[in-house]
Design a protein around this ligand. Sequence first.
Ligand SMILES: C[S@@+](CC[C@H](N)C(=O)[O-])C[C@H]1O[C@@H](n2cnc3c(N)ncnc32)[C@H](O)[C@@H]1O
Length: 454
Amino acid sequence: MIKKNEEYLVEIIDNGFRGEGIAKIDGFTIFIPNAIKGEKVKIKILKVTTSHAFGKIISILESSKWREDVDCYTYQRCGGCNLRHMNYEQTIQIKKNAVESTLKKALGKEVVISEVIKMQKPYHYRNKLQYPVGINKEGQPIMGVFAERTHDIIPTNDCKIQNKLGQKIANAIYQFIVENNIEVYNEKTLEGSLRHIIIRIGIKTKEVMLILVSNTNQIPKEQALIQFITNKFPEIKTVIKNINCKNTNVILGNINEVLLGKGYIYDDLGAYRFKISPMSFYQINPIQTEKLYQKAIEFAELTGREIIFDLYCGIGTIGIFASQNAKKIYGIETIPEAIEDAKENAKLNGVKNAEFFVGDVEKTLPSLLKEYKLEPDVVFLDPPRKGCDRLTLETLLTIKPKKIVYVSCNPATLSRDVKILEEKYELNDLSICDMFPFTYHVECVAVLQLKENM
Ligand SMILES: C[S@@+](CC[C@H](N)C(=O)[O-])C[C@H]1O[C@@H](n2cnc3c(N)ncnc32)[C@H](O)[C@@H]1O
């Protein structure tokens, strides 16, 4: 019997989906964060359940050749990276194994990953910084990231995956807050003003959007702050105040007030330029996004004659990427601002064969099919982590496009949805793209081909 607080010597036999080490003691599974397959470690048991236990490393007796010195002082406390203690190559192997075994479990057969698109320089890749601002135990203002599964803010001023300019701007805003005694949001009393700093960066255009999320209509010394920060960083093209007075975990409120500039920025992806608004989704690793979209379009094998649906289209990026090689693109997305951006993005890029519609895919897709009497040849799916709605999958099984190219940031929901689509489709090819280096997150792109005689 494994007991809490007891110490054991174990060998790590595998790494799990989140990179955690897995060991067995008399057949009983122990999960050990930070341990790498092949290592021999001394552990202390922290928690025991009926089916498994959790332990922590006390000492490493035999270290893996993949182990690396951790280069981040907030590692394992912040909810960002999970795999910084190992070599990048090994992080890729863990992600590959996670995708393969999730798909195998769901589909009951081996699935071969044909390509792994790694990142050449897997650092400072994020184009979006989102730091809470609050008050520490000593009553001092604090800015950083939430510790995993808590609302404790860990001071962060040198994140290894954030864009360096974004980090510098956040640090300067924090300095202004401290020097000017700005009253920041206090989660306990629900008083104070500034509660989040969000910075979005067009990596290619070097344009920066600053969003100040405030609990109050007015941020103390608002104009002085804007003047200070834009003088220091002329790359800031627009500043937006977002009002969020609710006692909630949701970062953004519904009201946006443009304090400076036009309220949006541009970024370039491939040969295209995209307008990005505060509420619109935009992939956080644009270097890898270009490769991801290229792969998705390669999988679609377009000839220029196809009618394409870009479902969950965001600001229209995938559809616009595919537009040159298609007859017509129809995009659907739930966020109205994103669809406004998508329409402008089509114009901006001289794309005349794309139309975009606001709505939930599950409802808007059937009505669009009915109203326009359309028969898509290729459907791109790029849903959020929860995957596609059952109704959407059933609609696809009814209309039977020749190809479905499924872009997914969650192997579990991808596998679930592919299992449903397998009724009429064959999973033909699958690649993974490392969009989120040194985290356990992984992006997949899969192509499903309509089976013959369907
Ligand atoms: C992973 S993002 C992909 C966006 C876009 N394809 C891209 O690459 O930037 C998923 C998008 O789906 C949208 N979304 C979420 N649920 C939706 C739904 N039920 N119907 C339509 N769009 C939805 C989100 O707002 C988000 O823009």
